[in-house]
Write a protein that binds this ligand. Structure first.
Ligand code: ADP
Ligand code: MN
Ligand code: MN
Ligand code: MN
Length: 336
């Protein structure tokens, strides 16, 4: 037995978009099973999750990962917030996904989430000139060179940290707006997707902190003729991935079209600033699906058409969405 540092991470009650919080508990290690990690509590009145006169809220460990920053046997612990009597807190969207994912476990759903984000140094995106704008968009997407990409050191450190933590990160790329980047988590099942995207976000903020840089997941961090930031959610079920899957994908698109407003309601705050119909988006007021169409709500990748099976890409979720909510509603709409 040795003492280890366990970083308890949770989602707060910030409105309209929850933020991440964390604090460290020294526990006995090394930890080899989830039940060795104790429940803990925090002051919910400081996170918009309680009133001061009744402020204790519980942190329930739900998954844990090797801590790539502290190393050794130290761990990161993803937690869910409950009331002290065990009741699910309103800000805890994970419990609902647990139910939905059990209900549709037979579908073997996979999610691949593309998390876009923007680095900021002070009030301006990283690498942008003082009191002005960089050259118009064009050369920055997947660019190379000090005149085109800003923050690659952070991106590399973050990707390495995700791998050391055992996350299912599948890639990174520089985005269309300078200072903007993307990483992808998945494909993974619904619970792993939700937990790991939140952990990957936490690692991004934590690592960027070392560089004096802040990563923003606001869907439209710079107003005007600049790309917004999304969280395209690629989705498939077992039957979509098998022969005859294309028909099932098309049927799923039709179902998604009938529930457009319900989906938009949980796809992130300020998303109307991003889903304008410009900058590779479909207007928030319309629903359209199409093959290889990056101006549609749902894109069916060309490869999926060629193979007759595969997955669909829901392009509507914004960068600040809660993956627990997005995965749950996709399962409910498509699999019901
Ligand atoms: P884009 O061309 O839209 O930029 P990316 O390569 O960034 O696409 O992201 C695609 C994501 O889809 C990746 O995370 C990948 O792992 C995931 N993915 C691939 N196949 C499937 C599948 N069958 N079901 C769900 N997600 C998938
Ligand atoms: Mn992508
Ligand atoms: Mn992208
Ligand atoms: Mn995409």
């Amino acid at each position: 037995m040795a003492k280890i540092k366990a970083e308890y991470i949770w989602i707060d009650g910030h409105v309209p978009t929850s933020k991440l919080r964390s604090k460290t508990k020294i526990i006995d290690g090394p930890v080899t099973t989830l039940d060795q990690i104790p429940e803990w509590s925090f002051d919910g009145s400081s996170t918009n999750q309680a009133e001061g006169h009744d402020s204790d809220r519980s942190l329930i460990p739900v998954s844990y990962y090797p801590d790539p920053i502290r190393g050794g046997d130290h761990i990161l612990v993803m937690t869910a917030v409950n009331y002290p009597d065990g009741k699910t807190h309103e800000t805890n969207k994970r419990d609902h996904l647990v139910e939905v994912s059990k209900k549709f476990a037979g579908e073997e759903a996979w999610f691949g989430i593309e998390q876009e984000y923007t680095f900021f140094q002070g009030l301006k995106p990283l690498g942008w000139p003082d009191g002005g704008y960089p050259a118009p968009q064009g050369p920055f997407y997947c660019g190379v060179g000090a005149d085109e990409v800003y923050g690659r050191d952070i991106v590399e450190d973050h990707m390495e940290a995700c791998l050391v933590a055992g996350l299912g990160i599948s890639g990174v790329n520089a985005e269309v707006m300078p200072g903007q980047w993307e990483f992808q988590i998945g494909p993974l099942g619904p619970m792993e997707s939700g937990d790991q995207l939140w952990i990957a976000r936490w690692l991004l903020y934590r690592i960027a902190e070392e560089y004096g840089v802040n990563a923003s997941i606001h869907p439209k961090p710079v107003k005007g003729d600049w790309n917004g930031a999304g969280a395209h959610t690629n989705f498939s079920t077992k039957s979509m991935r098998e022969a005859g899957g294309y028909e099932i994908i098309e049927a799923a698109c039709k179902k998604l079209g009938e529930k457009h407003d319900e989906h938009i309601a949980v796809y992130g705050a300020h998303n109307e600033e991003r889903l304008t119909g410009l900058h590779e988006t479909c207007s928030i007021h319309e629903f359209r699906y199409g093959v290889s169409d990056r101006g549609a709500s749902i894109r069916i990748p060309l490869q999926t058409v060629k193979d007759g099976k595969g997955y669909l890409e829901d392009r509507r979720p914004s960068a600040n969405m809660d993956p627990y909510e997005v995965c749950a509603i996709l399962l409910e709409t498509v699999c019901s």
